[in-house]
Design a protein around this ligand. Structure first.
Ligand code: ZN
Length: 142
């Protein structure tokens, strides 16, 4: 059970994302396991935390911290329906698959669910509107 590419030594950026729980669940679990067995990794985490407490953020950390690198919800929506321009397409894909941003993945799951509900909701809305207008004609004071 030696290193496969998916469970390699995490970079500082990954460790930082790990501390923010901003990694894909599988990667979070993999790093957690490594931390349990690696004294060296634990000291790297401790060093990162000390650095943060001292306000020594790298630009990358600031970006992640304030989610400046996250695509907008509209972009995620376009990505979902394949309507995103090529230059943003790669970015969003790597943000989701390589960075594994938990926030955007959750957003995307949410958008997907919305998308599957649209059809049934639309016809239900039509029925409801029809019904309400019929009722409205019968009881105009409401
Ligand atoms: Zn994101």
């Amino acid at each position: 059970m030696e290193d496969s590419p998916a469970s390699g030594e995490p970079t500082d950026a990954e460790l930082s994302a790990f501390l923010d729980e901003a990694l894909a669940p599988e990667r979070l679990a993999a790093i957690e396991t490594r931390l349990r067995h690696s004294e060296a990794l634990r000291s790297r985490c401790a060093a990162l935390l000390t650095q943060r407490d001292a306000g020594g953020f790298t630009l990358g950390e600031i970006w992640r911290r304030y989610r400046l690198s996250c695509p907008t919800r509209e972009e995620l929506g376009s990505w979902l329906v394949g309507g995103l321009a090529d230059d943003r397409l790669d970015y969003v894909r790597s943000h989701l698959d390589v960075v594994g941003c938990a926030l955007c993945r959750a957003s995307l799951a949410d958008l997907r669910e919305e998308a599957t509900q649209v059809n049934s909701t639309q016809s239900a809305d039509r029925r409801r509107r029809f019904f309400q207008s019929s009722v409205g004609r019968l009881r105009p004071q409401e």
